[in-house]
Write a protein that binds this ligand. Structure first.
Ligand SMILES: [Fe+2]
Length: 308
C-alpha cells in the first residue's frame, strides 16, 4: 500500500485565535478556511472544538480529531478499503476514505495533495567537501526558515502492540523500537525514518503527544526555533538531535493540546534496514541536547542602565 505520509492533521481547539497566531508564528501559511500549510501543501487544519462536522473527540485532553494520510494512487485507496472492511466501518466519500484505528484515532486517506518540492538543502563547507562555495554567506540575517513538509505525528496509546498491529495491516514497518514503549513506523510510500511513533501510556493520556514539520537543515531548526522563542513561545525540549532517526529537534509548548516540533535531517531507510531496539532513556532518545538561553556574548551583558 503506497501510503506516502501525512497530508494534514485536524484539531478541534478551544482558542481558535491563539492557535491561528501560533501556527502563523511557527511558520505555516494561512491558505484559507483555517488551513495552515507548509511549503509542500501539507497542513494543520483548525476547527472549533464543538464543530459537529469533526470526528468525535476521544474523550481525553487531546485536541487531535483526525489524521489525514496522503496515498499515491487509487489502487492504494482500494487496498486500504478492502483490508479495513474486514473488521470495521469504512466510509468512502468524495475520494476520501474514513475509519478509526484500533485505539480510536480517526483516520482519513486520500490521494495526496502534496506539491513536489525542489529546494536546496542546507549547504555546508568542510575540508574535503565545499558545498556553499566562495562569497556565499551561511547565515544571512534575512535567511528564511520555513516548514517544508509535515513529517510525523506521535500518539500516546494504551496498547502499543495492538496499535502497531493495525498499522502493519496498512504496510507500515517498524524502523526502530524503544522496548516497552513503542515502535517508530514508516509507511511504504516514504523513506523517512518515521511518520508515526507510538508511546504506550495509561488510557487517560490517549492522544497526540506532538507533531512536526521538516525544515531545510539544522541551521533552519535553530533559526526558526530562536525566532519562535523570541516571539514568546515556550521551549519544551531542545534544540538537540535524536539518536533514532538522527533528526534534529526543537519542541515547543502550544495551545493545540500537544507539543509542536521543528525537525530536520531525518535518516532515510528502505526494506534492507534492520530495526534496532533499546530501552528508552535520556541517552537513547537524544545524542545531544542544548539548552536555550538568553543571548550572551564574551564580555557579558551591558552594565545595567547602559545605553544599548
Ligand atoms: Fe518528533
Amino acid at each position: 500500500m503506497n501510503i506516502i505520509g501525512l497530508d494534514a492533521l485536524v484539531f478541534g481547539v478551544e482558542d481558535l485565535p491563539a492557535c491561528r497566531q501560533y501556527l502563523i508564528d511557527y511558520g505555516l501559511r494561512e491558505a484559507g478556511n483555517d488551513r495552515f500549510e507548509a511549503l509542500d501543501g501539507t497542513a494543520v487544519v483548525l476547527r472549533a472544538k464543538e464543530d459537529t462536522a469533526l470526528p468525535q473527540s476521544m474523550g481525553t485532553a487531546s485536541l487531535l480529531r483526525e489524521t489525514v494520510y496522503g496515498v499515491a494512487d487509487v489502487l492504494t485507496l482500494d487496498a486500504i478499503e478492502t483490508e479495513l472492511l474486514r473488521d470495521r466501518a469504512v466510509v468512502r466519500e468524495g475520494g476520501v476514505l474514513r475509519c478509526q484505528d484500533d485505539m480510536g484515532f480517526a483516520l482519513a486517506f486520500q490521494l495526496t495533495t502534496r506539491r513536489p518540492l525542489t529546494l536546496p538543502s542546507e549547504q555546508v563547507n568542510a575540508p574535503g567537501s565545499v558545498q556553499r562555495g566562495l562569497n556565499q554567506v551561511g547565515l544571512p540575517s534575512d535567511m528564511p526558515a520555513l516548514p517544508r513538509s509535515l513529517s510525523h505525528v506521535v500518539y500516546f496509546v494504551p496498547d502499543a502492540q495492538k496499535a502497531e498491529a493495525f498499522y502493519q495491516r496498512l504496510g507500515f514497518v517498524c524502523t526502530d523500537r524503544f522496548t516497552g514503549v513503542g515502535p517508530f513506523l514508516r509507511p511504504a510510500g516514504t523513506q523517512d525514518h518515521h511518520t508515526l511513533f507510538l508511546i504506550q501510556t495509561p488510557p487517560q493520556m490517549k492522544g497526540c503527544e506532538h507533531f512536526t514539520f521538516h525544515m531545510g537543515g539544522p541551521t533552519e531548526v535553530m533559526l526558526a526555533g530562536t525566532r519562535f522563542a523570541e516571539k514568546g513561545y515556550q521551549s519544551f525540549w531542545g534544540p538537540g538531535r535524536h539518536r533514532f532517526g538522527s533528526n534534529w529537534f526543537w519542541y515547543f509548548n502550544s495551545p493545540l493540546g500537544c507539543h509542536v516540533e521543528y525537525d530536520a535531517d531525518m535518516d532515510l531507510h528502505d526494506d534492507a534496514w534492520i530495526a534496532r531496539e533499546v530501552p528508552m532513556g535520556a541517552d537513547a532518545s537524544q545524542i545531544f541536547l542544548f539548552q536555550h538561553r538568553e543571548k550572551w556574548a564574551p564580555g557579558g551583558p551591558p552594565a545595567s542602565g547602559a545605553q544599548h
